[in-house]
Write a protein that binds this ligand. Structure first.
Ligand code: UT7
Length: 326
């Protein structure tokens, strides 16, 4: 009997801008302290891209590493999906610019906008192409320059975010339709548009004609995060036909160490199974999951065949989770 086609992650890459901004650096100009930031968020530092380095540049570097890890070249790529909330320009899509800079031949290329949940959404979109035979070598990228959206007069938000990019190569593999299959196994995607005012940017082409600044009612978002993420994690595990306790590694969106702990406690997940990069990267929105995945693979913790569960929550409010066997 022929099996089912799954979308397998065959290469992972990440890129962080060179410039590091520590909490102490911020405390020189913002009314905050290293102690407050570490205690409330777990963040110690973030990377910040210089003016001339664009979101597409971060995406290109991460993609080159992902392609090299997969043993693929730009010439073989036949789909690009970029999850970003900080595009180089209002249009064209950052995916188009990445395609040009990487030298990828004509193919479908577009952006997905679901803020911090963007990478999980983008994976599900790309899965639709790969698992149906419409793409054989897809690049799925989370790339963000969140520091471009910050109001450094607002200490409740400007200490939380950083810049970076992560990318994966998705390729079709034949599976047997079981939980032992390699590839994307189950998704749960959610949005509650009644809560747009909890986390948003106060500018945009239609409403203000400007880029705007990030605004967040942090403690309200926090309250929604733990409960809603846990529900989505359980739903994504159920879609895949696995138990949360079967999962080898949890790769959460990196907003706040206390959220990571809260979700782990709620789901009775051993914290040693949770990949955390929030101390070094801060919140890089759609880039944070592929960056954490890259880090876990690079340092040898995450191995081929492991069962992974990724989850995120962000502006929209959007949230979601995805089960993957590497
Ligand atoms: O990626 C998208 C999802 N985003 C998130 O998940 C973020 C979710 N929210 C959070 O991570 C947390 O709510 C924050 C880290 C944003 C804030 O932590 P909190 O424990 O909820 O603090 P709070 O907002 O209740 O503020 C507590 C106090 C306030 O002072 P008062 O009113 O108690 O005197 C703030 O003014 O901390 C003060 N504060 C600060 N103090 C020093 C807020 N920001 C700072 C700061 N430095 N940077």
């Amino acid at each position: 009997m022929s099996g089912v086609i799954r979308s397998a992650v065959t290469g992972i890459g990440g890129y962080l801008p060179e410039n590091v901004v520590t909490n102490a650096d911020l405390a020189r100009t913002v009314d905050t302290s290293d102690e407050w930031i570490q205690e409330r968020t777990g963040i110690r530092q973030r990377h910040k891209a210089p003016h001339e380095q664009l979101t597409s540049d971060l995406a290109v570097e991460a993609s080159k590493r992902a392609l090299a890890a997969a043993g693929r070249t730009a010439a073989e790529v036949d789909l690009i999906v970029v999850a970003t909330t900080t595009p180089d320009l209002t249009f064209p899509a950052t995916a188009s610019i990445v395609q040009r800079k990487l030298g990828v031949p004509v193919c479908p290329a577009f952006d997905v906008q679901a803020v911090c949940s963007g990478f999980v959404y983008a994976l599900s979109v790309a899965d639709g192409f790969v698992a149906r035979g419409h793409a054989r070598c897809a690049l799925v990228i989370g790339a963000e320059e969140m520091t471009r959206l910050l109001d450094y007069e607002d200490r409740t938000t400007c200490v939380l975010f950083g810049d970076g990019a992560g990318a994966v190569v998705l390729e079709p593999v034949e599976g047997q339709g079981t939980t032992a299959d390699r590839g994307l196994l189950g998704f749960a995607l959610r949005c509650d548009g009644t809560k747009t005012d909890l986390l948003y940017v106060d500018g945009g082409p239609a409403q203000t004609g400007s880029v705007g600044h990030l605004r967040m009612l942090g403690n309200q978002v926090f309250k929604h995060a733990v409960i809603n993420i846990a529900e989505a994690v359980e739903a994504a595990a159920a879609k895949a036909g696995v138990e949360v306790s079967d999962v080898d590694w949890f790769i959460p969106h990196q907003a706040n160490q206390r959220i990571l702990q809260g979700v782990a406690n709620r789901l009775k997940i051993d914290e040693a199974k949770v990949i955390s990069t929030v101390a070094e990267h801060a919140n890089t929105s759609a880039a944070s999951i592929p960056l954490a995945l890259w880090q876990g693979v690079e340092d040898g913790r995450i191995k081929r065949g492991d069962l992974l569960l990724m989850e995120a929550m962000g502006g929209g409010l959007t949230w979601g989770a995805c089960t993957l066997r590497l």
